[in-house]
Write a protein that binds this ligand. Sequence first.
Ligand SMILES: Cc1cc2nc3c(=O)[nH]c(=O)nc-3n(C[C@H](O)[C@H](O)[C@H](O)COP(=O)(O)OP(=O)(O)OC[C@H]3O[C@@H](n4cnc5c(N)ncnc54)[C@H](O)[C@@H]3O)c2cc1C
Length: 493
Amino acid sequence: MTYDFLVIGSGPGGYVAAIRAAQLGLSTAVVEKEERFGGTCLNIGCIPSKALLDSSELYARLCQRDGHDISAHGIKIGKLELDLKAMMARKQQVVEKLTSGVDQLFKGIGIRTFRGTGRITAAGKVEVSAPEGRKQTLSARNIVLATGSVPATLPIFPTGKDGFLTSTEALSLKNVPGKMAVIGAGAIGLELGSVWARLGAEVTVIELLDQILPGMDSEISRRTRSILVKQGFQILTGARVLGYEKAGKSASGKAGKTAGGKSAAGGVILTAEDRGSKKQQVPADVVLLAVGRRPYTEDLGLAELGIKTEEGSGRIIVDGGFQTSLAGVYAIGDLIPGPMLAHKAEEEGMAVAEIAAGKPGEVNYRTIPSVVYTWPEVASVGKSEEALKEQGVEYRKGAFPFRANGRAVAMSSEEGLVKILADSRTDRVLGVHIVGPWASDLIAEAVTVMEFGGSAEDIARTVHAHPTLPEAVREAALAVDGRAIHVLGRKKS
Ligand SMILES: Cc1cc2nc3c(=O)[nH]c(=O)nc-3n(C[C@H](O)[C@H](O)[C@H](O)COP(=O)(O)OP(=O)(O)OC[C@H]3O[C@@H](n4cnc5c(N)ncnc54)[C@H](O)[C@@H]3O)c2cc1C
């Protein structure tokens, strides 16, 4: 048969596209090379990392680490033990529950699935090579490429050797490393660094650029950095890792001068250089390379069919309707330009299915939130202050600290703030940036308001339940006009 809609890859982009296409009555098939559906996100990305972040945060609280004081709640704790094997088993159960959920959704809505590596051989034709070597060719009117991304590596470092890891291995370590170096201070580096730091590792993060979370509003980035440093992170910014040597040779002898103060038990010694050419040695039992991800286009047959990709990034070039340079072939998710985020992939999946069904699918790229699941969390949507200044946009700023929010105080989670940037002339919300408890949930209100083209005044005049964390968002909106209630601001009008 000829399918209406055939998707290669079952990550959040691919599986959402397939389900939406089936909802719209298109005969739909999915080709996936791995045993389980769900892609990077469900198997080795968003979900297992959050399972470990939740487990490790619970452990850190019970250990009274990172400023947590359980005894102040009137709870006495005896001897605590970490069972890493059980923690990993729980993570795996979470992964299996959600990936089998995708399988059930596919079956329930009548999507045909094929296990194997998909390759486009001609317009409308996909060859599927099953793991056991059998090949078959499928026909489709619309083909969607959703093969995602894989970790980027640096040529000077080996992966899978001498303790160098990608995020995939860092999600499944069998022991808590004594010292962990993380190269790259983006979301993945800080999240996985947090997991292992909470479980007891000494973590040093090395970032080439001058701030952690590059691209993030710099006030929020600075605040996050100081919170992480209080939690015990060593953070080197503006620092380039030049190379490494195996510890044990000469490196452990210099241990007293190293960033962590102690020598690594085996592992490696990294040499980092700052902007002033000052060198620093960083010992590490394991080194997490968190330097970004690259689109995974291997074996897809792009070059043979002349499907165009961006020079340098390798991302597939698409038009406003996600169509590649080959008619009838579309691409979505991490494969195409834009933030490499699961919800961005999902939105594109919905849109491409709607377009294939003759509907007007689209994605509003101005309101894609991004979240870093450290504790406290960091979340943002829209423009940073730096971007607004650069673009010459006049804006007003309202900020509100969580230490003045009743619920945050009751939770003993007072660190951080909400910051709202609104157009000076129209009051339209241009950006919202949060570091604080459950920022991942709080950002949703900001996204909705921005999606509706709403103003800071709209948020300020909306009733928020008390006592809740979202009241901090409302207070930041009131602060845009200088009339926040629970902090002293400028004179109210
Ligand atoms: C550690 C980590 C944590 C993350 N946390 C978050 C988070 O909290 N929030 C967030 O928004 N994003 C997060 N991400 C990013 C998120 O996982 C990706 O943006 C998202 O998975 C991209 O979805 P996708 O559908 O484009 O591709 P993927 O999820 O990468 O899925 C691609 C699928 O295609 C399959 N495939 C590849 N080639 C072929 C082929 N030729 N034939 C058949 N199948 C093929 C792959 O096996 C895979 O299943 C995280 C990533 C990592 C690594």
